[in-house]
Structures are given as structure tokens and as C-alpha cells.
Design a protein around this ligand. Structure first.
Ligand SMILES: Cc1cc2nc3c(=O)[nH]c(=O)nc-3n(C[C@H](O)[C@H](O)[C@H](O)COP(=O)(O)OP(=O)(O)OC[C@H]3O[C@@H](n4cnc5c(N)ncnc54)[C@H](O)[C@@H]3O)c2cc1C
Length: 507
């Protein structure tokens, strides 16, 4: 195991909400760390969607260690029930946190990590690997290059800079790159900085999820002010699974998240937004009438602009020289992937997890935050804060705290399980609550510290609430693949141990 010292600190890649939360937890534990941020300021990626209102109220946006640090400085916490925009999240929370004396001297902006390896070892070399410090290759904004040695690496670099393409097969559609000047990836600021680009234009929005909803709602608001603005929305799913696309509605524990989808549903139903389902973009053709998107033999009407909100994917190139344990489909750490894989996982809600699920065959390396979810779409800030609390505790050798679960996540109120026989969707389902199933023992392998205490397996299973909120009966057996944390010596917020599934995401 590598040693964390002032000359081999913990290197945190990215000063977004989760990278800075990692810094706060390490500061509390008096572990040396350095934060490397590619952008000019902390929260650089969040500022790229600064005009978007979060669906989480402030009380779900603050990390507890960060909050403790900030409260030492006279910082005033925002109204816990208010909803920040991305910009407010930076201005009222991330910027003050970045300026805190425990973090500011260790935060280096304009420093992009381009590669990470083990000093003196390539990926193939075994001998002395676990003891060798990490080596980070850094490109500075002024063009210079740096090398940094680190005892551990927390990659919190997010996924915002690597969006999925329009092409439904995971590759850019034919002609997509050539039409780049008329394609926006993410949520354009159509009511602000990008207004001229979209006012009075024919706009195609591709993709489902909250980013699509935000883009559509802003375009609808623009269309009310700028006649001629036309909005077409294409989604891959067919009509039979359309209800899921609108989210959990009133069942969502985050009301703002639930409401977004319901507003879109109404706009589709009244014809304000033209929806095309079962659409798989293959080709973008530039014609005198505008961009025409094709799917097989079908073609959409020409448009002036395309907004692509088809999800995000992690940039794994900087970790190519390290030994990653990633799920081949989700591109999330292998133990975490089954909890969040939309192909397997019936509940939109994901239970909290920590160091065990985040470990790799490369000891001392952790992917956290949005990046830890790979291509899965359901990440929440609270999840990331719990991840870094656990990782920081493990790096400090506090395995009891590392394995304690201190968080309850809000339910999405939507299930994404397979379509039932006869075409009925499982949307909003969760099916009947079955009897509690017996627990199976499944201990998580310990990657960082083999001497760490093993979790205690205990009888018990999903709680009745979990039983009720987990979807298909078939998945319930997986829900009950439970281990319980040792309560010995814990000082967390929970008084009773919580079941931890290693293979299902029912919290
Ligand atoms: C539009 C939108 C709305 C969202 N709303 C919510 C919400 O309401 N509630 C919620 O819980 N979650 C929400 N999320 C999801 C998620 O919580 C956010 O995306 C959050 O910003 C993720 O935090 P992060 O720290 O993991 O990554 P990011 O915020 O993406 O931060 C990563 C940082 O790493 C830096 N970086 C990237 N590459 C490198 C590199 N190679 N070297 C150095 N630095 C690098 C970036 O510049 C950036 O500052 C939302 C996401 C989006 C996109």
C-alpha cells in the first residue's frame, strides 16, 4: 500500500462538487491532498450548465464535511428548501468552499490531468506495484507540463466534457461531425446567452432524461416569445415505454424532478412539442432546407439546430495506464455497476455505497462522483458525497467509518424494469410487495487494505419499504443479497445497521 505523505499526497482530479467534498473530508482527517482542476475556477463544469435549475433543493446539495468547514468562516447556508441554479451552486457553495483556508492553498486551477500511472512502472509490471506512488502527468493552462507523485488518486473529473453522440449506436451519426456548428451537446442557454441561435428556428431535441426536459422547457418558453420557434423531440424508446420517459411524477421524492417530466408530458399532449418515438438517428444530411436526420428509411423534417441530450460517458483515456476494474457495459467500477445498470436495475433509486464498491485492482485509485457511474444516468450529489466520505475514511485507515452507511437517498418513484407480457410497461410499478426473502451472504473483496475488518454478515433482508419499492419479484432475490455493517464503534447518524445489497440498487 502506498503511503500518503506531504510529498505523496492524495491527488484529487477535478474541483467539482464531489472533488471539493473529497478535499473537505481529507482536510477533516488531516490527510495531505492536492486538488487539480482543469478549468479556471472550481465548479467549472457546473458553470457550463449554470443557467439550469437543479431538481434537488439545497438540503441535498451540500456535503456535511464541507458544511462544517464553511460554518467555521461565518458562511450562511442557503435556504434548505430553495432550489439553486448551477451558477448559484458555484457562487454560494463551491466558490466559498474552494476559498476556505483548508482547501485554497491545495487547489490548483488551470491544471488538466492528462494521464496517471505508477511511478517507474507500466501497466504490465507487477513487482512493487502496490508500493509505488502514482505519477500524474499534468498540462497547465499556460502550456507547461508537470509531473506529480501521489499516494492515492481520487478521480472526480466528472463526465460533462464527454457527451454521448446523436448517433443511436454509440458512434457519431454519419454527417454528425460535419454538422457540428449546428449541433449543441447538453442544455443550451436558450433564454440567455444562446437566445439568438434558437429564436424563431426549427429545433430538434434528441434524448430523454432531465437534460432533455430542461432543454425542451426552455425552448417552449422561448417559442412563446419568439414566433416561428418549432420544437421536435426524438426518443429511442417506443410508445409502450413512453410513460417511463416522463419520470416518477408525484411518486418522486424530489418533487422538482418529478414535475419536470409531467410538464413535458402536458406539452406533448397539447402539441406544443412534437414527439417522435422509436427513433434511432443514423445520418445527418445537410440540405438547402436545413439539417435532415435519417433513421433507416425514415427522415425527419429539416431543422436549423439540433440539441443532443443523449447522456454522458466517462473519459477513461487518462487512466489507460492503470489497472481498472470496470464493468464492460456501464463503465462503472465492477462492484458498483450492478447497483446502477439500467439494464438490470429495476428501481431508479440507488442505495448509497462506498469504498468497497469503488475499489479497483489498482490499490489506492478511486473513481468517484459522476464519473463513478460511467454511462449510467442516475447519479445524485448526495451519492457522491457519501462515496468520498467513505473513501476518505478508508484512506485514513478508519474502516468502521468507511463501511458505515450515513445516507438515505430520495426515491425516484420510477422503475425501469422490463416490459411486462402483453406490452404493459413496468413504469411507476414496483409491483406487489412480496414476502421478505432470506439473505444471502456476499462479502465484498477488500482492495485497499487486506487487513481491514470484514463486514459482518447478518440475517435480514430488504426492509419492507425496499421490498415495496423494488420492482419485479425476480429482482427481489437480488435485493436480498445483503450484508450488514458492523455497528461496533460507529458514531454515525444511524442507530441500527442497514442492509447493504451487493447486487441490487434498492437502497
Ligand atoms: C444539467 C444537470 C443538472 C443536474 N442536476 C442535479 C440535481 O438537481 N441534483 C443532483 O443531485 N445532481 C444533479 N446533477 C448530477 C450531478 O450531481 C452533477 O453533474 C455534478 O456536477 C457532478 O459532480 P462531480 O463533482 O462528480 O463532477 P463535475 O461537476 O462534472 O466536476 C468535475 C470537475 O473536474 C474537472 N475536470 C475534468 N477533467 C479534468 C482533468 N482531466 N483534470 C483536471 N480536472 C478535470 C472539470 O473541469 C470539473 O470542474 C445534474 C447534472 C447536470 C448535468
Amino acid at each position: 500500500m502506498t503511503i500518503i505523505t506531504p510529498s505523496t499526497p492524495v491527488a484529487i482530479i477535478g474541483a467539482g462538487p464531489v472533488g471539493l467534498a473529497a478535499a473537505a473530508h481529507l482536510a477533516e482527517r488531516n490527510l495531505p491532498f492536492i486538488v487539480l482542476e482543469a478549468g479556471p475556477v472550481a465548479g467549472h463544469s457546473v458553470l457550463r450548465w449554470g443557467h439550469v435549475q437543479l431538481f434537488s433543493p439545497w438540503r441535498y446539495c451540500l456535503d456535511q464535511a464541507a458544511r462544517r468547514l464553511l460554518e467555521q468562516t461565518g458562511w450562511q447556508a442557503p435556504d434548505p428548501e430553495g432550489y439553486p441554479s448551477g451558477r448559484a451552486l458555484v457562487e454560494r457553495y463551491l466558490a466559498p468552499l474552494a476559498a476556505h483556508p483548508a482547501i485554497a492553498p491545495r487547489l490548483h486551477t488551470g491544471q488538466r490531468v492528462v494521464a496517471v500511472t505508477r511511478a517507474g512502472l507500466d501497466k504490465l509490471s507487477d513487482a512493487g506495484r502496490a508500493q509505488a506512488p502514482f505519477l500524474l502527468q499534468i498540462e497547465r493552462a499556460d502550456g507547461g507540463e508537470e509531473l506529480l507523485r501521489a499516494g492515492a488518486v481520487i478521480d472526480a473529473s466528472g463526465t460533462y466534457a464527454t457527451p454521448n453522440p446523436l448517433g443511436a449506436s454509440g458512434l457519431p451519426a454519419v454527417g454528425e461531425l460535419a454538422a457540428a456548428d449546428q449541433i449543441f451537446y447538453g442544455i443550451p442557454d436558450v433564454l440567455g446567452a444562446h437566445r439568438e441561435r434558437y429564436a424563431g428556428r426549427r429545433v430538434l431535441v434528441a434524448g430523454s432524461g432531465h437534460s432533455a426536459f430542461n432543454a425542451l422547457l426552455d425552448l417552449v418558453a422561448l417559442a412563446r416569445e419568439a414566433p416561428g420557434t418549432q420544437i421536435t423531440w426524438v426518443v429511442r424508446r417506443g410508445d409502450e415505454r413512453l410513460a417511463q420517459a416522463y419520470g416518477g411524477g408525484a411518486n418522486d421524492a424530489l418533487p422538482a424532478r418529478g414535475a419536470l417530466g409531467q410538464r413535458i408530458r402536458a406539452l406533448v399532449e397539447d402539441g406544443t412539442v412534437r414527439l417522435v418515438t422509436g427513433w434511432r438517428s443514423e445520418r445527418v444530411e445537410r440540405t438547402p432546407a436545413g439539417l435532415v436526420v435519417h433513421a433507416g428509411t425514415r427522415a425527419l423534417d429539416p431543422v436549423d439546430e439540433i440539441v443532443v441530450t443523449t447522456g454522458l460517458r466517462p473519459d477513461l483515456r487518462l487512466l489507460a495506464e492503470l489497472r481498472l476494474g470496470l464493468d464492460p457495459a456501464v463503465e462503472a467500477p465492477s462492484a458498483l455497476a450492478p447497483l446502477i445498470d439500467p439494464n438490470l436495475h429495476s428501481c431508479g433509486t440507488v442505495r448509497p455505497h462506498g469504498v468497497d464498491e469503488l475499489s479497483h485492482p489498482e490499490p489506492g485509485l478511486y473513481l468517484v462522483g459522476m464519473k463513478s457511474y460511467g454511462r449510467a444516468p442516475t447519479f445524485l450529489l448526495l451519492t457522491g458525497y457519501e462515496q468520498v466520505r467513505s473513501v476518505a475514511a478508508a484512506l485514513a485507515g478508519d474502516w468502521v467509518a468507511a463501511r458505515r452507511v450515513e445516507l438515505e437517498l430520495p426515491e425516484t418513484g420510477v422503475c425501469s424494469g422490463p416490459v411486462a407480457a402483453g406490452g404493459a410497461s413496468a413504469a411507476g410499478c414496483c409491483g406487489p410487495s412480496g414476502p421478505e426473502l432470506p439473505a444471502r451472504s456476499a462479502l465484498v473483496p477488500l482492495a485497499l487494505n487486506p487487513a481491514a475488518p470484514a463486514p459482518v454478515t447478518a440475517p435480514g433482508c430488504c426492509t419492507p419499504a425496499e421490498q415495496a419499492s423494488c420492482c419485479e419479484p425476480a429482482a427481489k432475490a437480488e435485493c436480498c443479497d445483503a450484508t450488514l455493517l458492523s455497528e461496533a464503534g460507529t458514531s454515525g447518524t444511524r442507530t441500527t445497521a442497514e442492509p447493504i445489497s451487493t447486487s441490487c440498487g434498492c437502497r
